[in-house]
Design a protein around this ligand. Structure first.
Ligand code: AMP
Length: 283
């Protein structure tokens, strides 16, 4: 496994003539890897010849009062896990090289980036789209894998690659959960033992809404109200949003169907967690 820090070095490998017909698969991350990331890497391994993992805590996708400075990092452990998943190249660029003085270009995806996390975190998806566009130009992947855990992010990336005719196949992967149902996230590392217990309210809310949907409830306002009520019973939890949206367009609708997304963002103490489900899909 090769570890590369320099952009020109990474790009040179990606466009080298000796690449031949070899397919590059790519998993972009912010590091502090867990089983969710590993599932993307293992799938990526099967879909191409050269598997590239990037680790970059992207400053421009964090708001002023967000957790950029304390975002968890452990490069050594990440590289061990990457190696075990069959990664060929770990690309770890520096902030100074990604955003040199004079950097002034951004990618904005409009409608689909506006609701949900786009509303709670202004500018967040501009930062995500911009860094992913840069990484695609550096790594030149044939296939890139993203988790459905960040459902809106995946939708934004799909829209960007289609709109800008980027020659990359985007693959969405199911949410990997802990044994008790809590979605795996690097940010779970922030939670104290009691907060970790409180974080169960997200999956409980999802299960409550899914149960009602399975029993025939189709009113999105009822599904939202009931999911919200589960979270509000947890004293340590503060709802950022609980919403039902069309799973493709992210438009609101009054009636749920199999393609409807239930998306949640909840603060547990200082930690903001997100989770989601699509009613017609398995949990
Ligand atoms: P992050 O390092 O949090 O930016 O995540 C990097 C990639 O891993 C993104 O495509 C995420 O959606 C994906 N990911 C994070 N957590 C999970 C999870 N629990 N299950 C599946 N994919 C995940």
């Amino acid at each position: 496994m090769q570890i590369i820090n320099s952009i020109v070095h990474m790009q040179a490998l990606a466009i080298a003539p000796e690449r031949g017909g070899r397919r590059i698969t790519f998993v972009p991350t912010m590091g502090f890897l867990h089983e969710g990331h590993a599932s993307l890497l293992r799938e990526g391994r099967t879909r191409g010849d050269v598997l590239v993992l990037s680790i970059f805590v992207n400053p421009i996708q964090f708001g002023k009062n967000e957790d950029l400075d304390r975002y968890p990092r452990d490069m050594e452990r990440d590289c061990q896990l990457a190696d075990a998943c069959g990664v060929d190249i770990v690309f770890i660029p520096t902030v100074a090289e990604m955003y040199p003085q004079g950097f002034q270009t951004g990618v904005t995806v409009r409608d689909i980036a506006l609701p949900l996390c786009g509303a709670s975190r202004p500018g967040h998806f501009d930062g995500v789209a911009t860094v992913v566009a840069k990484l695609f130009n550096i790594v030149r992947p044939d296939v890139a894998l993203f988790g459905c855990k960040d459902y809106q992010q995946l939708a934004v990336i799909r829209t960007m690659t289609a709109d800008l005719n980027m020659p990359v196949e985007i693959v969405g992967m199911p949410i990997v959960r802990e044994a008790d149902g809590v979605a795996m996230s690097s940010r779970n590392a922030y939670l104290s033992a009691s907060e970790r217990q409180s974080a169960l309210c997200l999956i409980q809310a999802i299960k409550r809404a899914r149960g009602l949907y399975a029993a025939g409830e189709r009113s999105t306002s009822v599904l939202i109200r009931e999911a919200r009520a589960v979270i509000e019973q947890e004293t340590a939890a503060v709802v950022d949003y609980v919403e039902c949206r069309n799973g493709e367009t992210l438009h609101e609708s009054d009636l749920a169907d199999g393609g409807t997304l239930l998306a949640l963002a909840v603060k547990i103490g200082q930690t903001r967690l997100i989770d989601n489900t699509v009613f017609g899909e398995e949990l």
